[in-house]
Design a protein around this ligand. Structure first.
Ligand code: IPE
Ligand code: MG
Length: 224
């Protein structure tokens, strides 16, 4: 969800106004995903590197997430959305931790759309965390397989992403689902996140449907 800051700058507004506009856009995109039959959606909301931003912006982003949970939880629950969190909750203030736990707990039986919120998330951090837990569990080296690592990631139980969308014209992955996205298709658009709506989501899905996924083989593997 990139480009909030530039969206605000282009309107002469403070960056946090861009982040607010970005969260207002969430409802539209989540509802479109429910409508289109998307089963898993992961939103990259705050990375482990975003702590390096000015303190007022970091505080503002934390506050905005709290507000979003307060404002949207009921509606998401009503729409059958299951909320999950990926990333680390330590370092996050207790009031926000409680809200995240509450959102996850309230919606855990829902199955129309699994919404993973990547907050204080980094792909490298996730892999380090998985390695630490594999070692702590005394797993013998020969038992360490791709499937086993999958089970130790924050995304355990969630299939690999088919399509990753990055807004705002940047052409990079920025530590997002680096393990899980090994064979994801990418869609890049210059649109800033607050302006990324249902039509463009549909366009991204159309483009995805025309891709020829071979997973390193000559023709697409069966059963994929
Ligand atoms: C939102 O966009 C992404 C978050 C970290 C919340 P940015 O804040 O990165 O916006 P730009 O890149 O400065 O335009
Ligand atoms: Mg950015």
């Amino acid at each position: 969800m990139d480009g909030n800051g530039r969206w605000a700058l282009a309107r002469g507004l403070p960056r946090l106004a861009g982040h607010r506009a970005g969260t207002d856009n969430l409802r539209r995109v989540v509802e479109a995903c429910v409508e289109f039959g998307v089963k898993y959606l992961t939103l990259y909301a705050f990375s482990t590197e975003n702590w390096g931003r000015p303190i007022e912006e970091v505080r503002g982003l934390m506050r905005i997430l709290e507000d979003v949970i307060d404002r949207e939880l009921k509606n998401l629950h009503k729409n059958g959305v299951q909320i999950r969190h990926i990333g680390r909750l330590d370092r996050i203030r207790p009031s926000l931790q409680r809200k995240v736990h509450q959102a996850v707990e309230t919606t855990k039986e829902n199955d129309r759309l699994v919404l993973n919120v990547a907050f204080n998330y980094g792909g490298r951090d996730e892999i380090v965390c998985a390695i630490q837990r594999i070692i702590a569990d005394n797993i013998p080296p020969e038992k360490v397989t791709v499937e086993l690592v999958n089970q130790y990631l924050f995304t355990a139980g969630v299939p690999d992403p088919d399509l990753i969308i990055r807004t705002s014209g940047e052409l990079r992955g920025s530590n997002f689902l680096i393990w899980q996205g090994a064979y994801a298709e990418w869609y890049f658009t210059p649109t800033f996140w607050p302006d990324f709506g249902k039509e463009e989501l549909l366009e991204a899905i159309w483009e995805y449907s025309r891709r020829n996924r071979r997973f390193g083989q000559v023709s697409p593997p069966q059963e994929k």
